[in-house]
Design a protein around this ligand. Structure first.
Ligand SMILES: Nc1ncnc2c1ncn2[C@@H]1O[C@H](COP(=O)(O)OP(=O)(O)OP(=O)(O)O)[C@@H](O)[C@H]1O
Length: 661
């Protein structure tokens, strides 16, 4: 069955989240954690097919990025001490805006609340204008009708003024960029309160999303569960640079769990409190952000939603090649463009629907102040457009702040062809005076002064000149420290340098694996038009949890014996398979596996006993071909792992019209 045929089937039987959820639950792809105890929102366990699917996606990610790009993988601890996350800015700024209903105690995430309320008012407006089709037109049965009716009831059909519609649309296009204060103003201006009771809510206040903990029995080391894997990679920068023979650019990568205490996690796997992330930190010269392999991807055509389009209140993407997007400066630089294209190619490999993917640029107020540019790969789901991969140019921020805090240089040294004259602030210490004055603290004070940045030295030089002394504090040393020019001199000096030192900039593609997994569930889910109860998950064979369903036609011992022989071959070839020798009809057995997304069925019948041939069935088209076990296994291997098409992979096999579904 071609992609077009599946699209047609999807149009005939519209997507239903309830049906998908029922399949995912029934087949135990994932389930709420601690269900027996009532569950905790935002925490999920993956079952066998979910685990296999996730493992295959991670494997594809590792091959697509780490192997293909020769990245340096690290696996860092999830427990992070306070100082690290204080320096990175997470302790002070990693928060969302929450508001509380003083009467009911309910808590809402302010931006999501504004978004939901305005969206539902716009839907109500559409309905009042007669633009919404009868919600029950394609209801499956009475129960379905009831469910829909309940939903429709929640949306009040109220016509809005045209200018209000425009204001709402503009706000929604910029919803990710508002501050708490701005959200509070919007809530007052548009009378947004508790959506059920209408009660006014407290003004939004910042809620830090990190889970706090204490490390060690004394509880004295304050720490957090990491909210991203990035910090571990930054802190290992010097070791990685050395491992890479001191050459840049290079990239590190890490796959692991991150934790965020989301305010109100309600959209299944899309917003959870513990999730698997795969992150890349590509360290690049700030003056040279071209990419040696850019030519390979420059013709990739993508849908972009740049800042200017969003500012105008539109959500209509622009189609452009990555090459044009970089040369027109829509994307800041080649390396960022290269990664955006590689993200796209990866998402295509694992089964994302290209018509439901766009790259949205962050608005200026949505980006961290240090970021040079940032694009999100957003996937369309029944929950709307969801950010699944962030791709940011974080400039030199992270390495600079950690280096300033720890006084450890984090720089790349590049030998220059021609020496250059460099003027810098330099500090000199009269060390023999430090011992008597500071005793055991002398080394600490010296290290502090020698670690001052150029900006700090400039300002201290001014203090020394104007006030005759410098004044500073050091953590762990009591009181303020004052030093005059007998202890330190700070001067600008010009020297000839043969080596250039620079703090690399970081381009960071950051993948939320769970969000991608859920989006693929939605993108690959459809029902057979001839029997709408028969649902299929059309995963690409590469990532499908199980590749083959092995089905003996009956329980006859001769067939079981052949099945065991064929199973041995799959085991040897390391092709994940399952035998289904349950007594149920072959159609039922296939239907069960369509729901698990198993791409191939291999059927064993009485001819197999005679001539060692088997039937190979393709999940989507239900096409069947026949050949020797050896040829069938070869075809499965080619199609699954080498990306060969069905027609190409099975051309040496004979078409087969035999067992019916
Ligand atoms: N609560 C979550 N549950 C699942 N995945 C998440 C969650 N938060 C972030 N991610 C994933 O991690 C990736 C990188 O995180 P990033 O900090 O850029 O997200 P974010 O901008 O905070 O997301 P959002 O605005 O949706 O909360 C996201 O693209 C997403 O795929």
């Amino acid at each position: 069955m071609s992609v077009e045929d599946i699209q047609k089937a999807k149009q005939t039987v519209p997507f239903s989240r309830e049906s998908l959820e029922s399949v995912l639950k029934r087949r135990f792809f994932f389930a709420p954690s601690f269900e027996l105890y009532g569950g905790v929102s935002g925490l999920y366990d993956y079952g066998p097919p979910g685990c296999a699917f996730q493992a295959n996606i991670v494997d594809a990610w590792r091959k697509h990025f780490i192997l293909e790009e020769d990245m340096l993988e690290v696996d860092c601890t999830m427990l992070t001490p306070h100082d690290v996350l204080k320096t990175s800015g997470h302790v002070d700024k990693f928060s969302d805006w929450m508001c509380r209903d003083m009467k009911t105690g309910e808590i809402f995430r302010a931006d999501h609340l504004v978004e939901e309320v305005l969206e539902s008012r716009l839907k109500g407006d559409q309905e009042a204008r007669g633009l919404v089709k009868d919600a029950n037109a394609d209801a499956k049965d009475d129960a379905d009708k009831k469910k829909r009716k309940k939903k429709v009831k929640e949306i009040k059909a109220v016509k809005l003024d045209d200018n209000v519609v425009q204001e709402y649309e503009e706000i929604l296009a910029k919803i990710d960029g508002y501050s708490g204060e701005e959200l509070g103003e919007l809530m007052v201006k548009y009378n947004i309160g508790n959506p059920v009771t209408g009660e006014t809510l407290e003004p939004p206040r910042a809620f830090n999303l990190m889970f706090e903990t204490a490390i060690g029995p004394s509880g004295q080391i304050k720490g957090y569960l990491r909210p991203e894997t990035a910090q571990g990679q930054f802190l290992n920068f010097n070791k990685l640079l050395e491992f890479n023979n001191n050459k840049a650019p290079f990239a590190s990568a890490s796959i692991g769990k991150s934790f965020r205490n989301e305010i109100s996690p309600r959209s299944g796997l899309l917003r959870v409190r513990e999730f698997l992330m795969a992150e890349i930190e590509h360290f690049v010269d700030p003056l040279e952000k071209s990419h040696p392999r850019f030519a390979e991807i420059k013709d990739v055509k993508l849908k972009f939603l740049p800042r200017e389009v969003q500012q105008s209140g539109s959500t209509e993407p622009i189609e452009s090649t990555v090459g044009d997007a970089v040369s027109s400066k829509m994307i800041d630089n080649e390396t960022l463009g290269y990664f955006i294209a590689r993200i796209y190619l990866f998402l295509m490999t694992i089964g994302v629907d290209p018509t439901k993917l766009r790259f949205r640029q962050h608005m200026a107020n949505e980006m961290a102040h240090y970021a040079a540019d940032c694009w999100d790969a957003e996937l369309k789901t029944s929950y709307g457009w969801i950010e699944c991969v962030g791709c940011a140019d974080r400039s030199a921020y992270d390495l600079t702040v950690h280096s300033n805090k720890t006084k450890e240089k984090m720089v790349v040294r590049q030998k220059l062809d021609e020496p250059i004259q460099v003027t810098k602030w330099e500090i000199e210490l009269t060390k023999k005076l430090f011992g008597p004055k500071f005793r055991k603290d002398a080394p600490k004070v010296e290290a502090y002064l020698l670690g001052l940045t150029q900006e700090e030295l400039e300002s201290k030089a001014k203090d020394l000149k104007d006030a005759g002394k410098i004044v500073f504090f050091i953590e762990g040393i009591e009181g303020q420290i004052e030093l005059d020019d007998k202890f330190v001199t700070i001067e600008q000096k010009t020297r000839t340098e043969h080596v250039r030192e620079f703090v690399p900039n970081v381009i960071e593609p950051s993948f939320g694996i769970g969000r991608i997994i859920y989006s693929i569930f939605e993108h690959s889910f459809w029902s057979r038009p001839e029997d709408t109860a028969r649902a299929v998950l059309s995963f690409p064979p590469l990532v499908a949890p199980t590749k083959v369903l092995l089905v003996p036609l009956s329980n006859h011992p001769d067939l079981s014996a052949v099945a065991q022989e064929v199973a041995k071959v799959f085991r040897k070839e390391k092709i994940p398979f399952k035998i289904d020798d349950s007594g149920v009809s072959i159609g039922k057995r296939y239907a069960r596996n369509d729901e698990l997304g198993t791409p191939f069925g291999v059927t064993i019948d009485f001819d197999s006993v005679k001539d060692n041939t088997v039937t190979l069935r393709e999940r989507d088209s239900t096409k069947q071909v026949r050949g020797s076990v050896e040829d069938v296994v070869k075809a499965i291997r080619e199609i699954t792992y080498n990306g060969t098409t069905w027609d190409e992979g099975t051309k040496s096999l004979k078409p087969f019209v035999g067992q019916t579904e």
